[in-house]
Design a binder for this molecule. Structure first.
Ligand SMILES: Cc1cc2nc3c(=O)[nH]c(=O)nc-3n(C[C@H](O)[C@H](O)[C@H](O)COP(=O)(O)O)c2cc1C
Length: 168
């Protein structure tokens, strides 16, 4: 089989756009401490039973801390949340001290101003090369809109930059 060059792999896969989420878990014994990662690899898996997934790198120290809780909340970012996204990516300061958030009934962090949130219990972390595929059973969910679904536009990631959705 031909060798796959890592730069080409990144470039080719960068042609596939993703949404941007912050996946967040509680951490430690205190009720107000939490850990989170900016994640593009979130996706819907199954309706019955309701399952979703995301893929943290095995090298991620943040995921190692998040995994201890056995749960996570996926926060789907809106196009006006680039600053929030950067705070959670850079982690210079604890991002949870800089944004509005609360714990869900299931005890995972829900961040204010997002399009949608999906609250999960971890079912399984599947071994997948240098990443894990973390399957979550959905225990609660919601969005910021009415009967037609979420209101506002999503933050999207494409070829290393941020953008949003425009209808053709
Ligand atoms: C738009 C975007 C999407 C990302 N998606 C993922 C992802 O799906 N999986 C992952 O492991 N890291 C992803 N990252 C990188 C992580 O957010 C970041 O490297 C990680 O939180 C650093 O954690 P660590 O300090 O524990 O390594 C993404 C970053 C950005 C900016």
């Amino acid at each position: 089989m031909a060798e796959i060059d890592s730069a080409v792999f990144r470039q080719v896969l960068g042609a596939y756009p993703t949404g941007v989420t912050i996946v967040a878990s509680p951490f430690g014994d205190a009720t107000n401490t939490a850990r989170a990662m900016v994640i593009g690899s979130f996706g819907s898996v199954s309706l019955d039973p309701p399952l979703v997934q995301f893929m943290p790198a095995k090298s991620s120290a943040t995921w190692a801390e998040m995994a201890e809780s056995g749960k996570y909340c996926v926060n789907v970012l809106a196009d006006d949340q680039v600053d929030t996204c950067n705070k959670f990516f850079k982690k210079d300061v604890d991002p949870f001290s800089e944004v509005e958030w609360e714990m869900t009934d299931n005890g995972s962090p829900r961040i204010a101003g997002c399009l949608a949130w999906i609250d999960c219990d971890v079912v399984e972390a599947v071994d997948a090369g240098d990443h894990w595929i973390v399957l979550g059973k959905v225990v609660a969910m919601g969005h910021n809109g009415g009967e037609d679904g979420a209101e506002g536009k999503p933050l999207l990631f494409f070829k290393g930059g941020y953008g949003t959705f425009g209808e053709l």
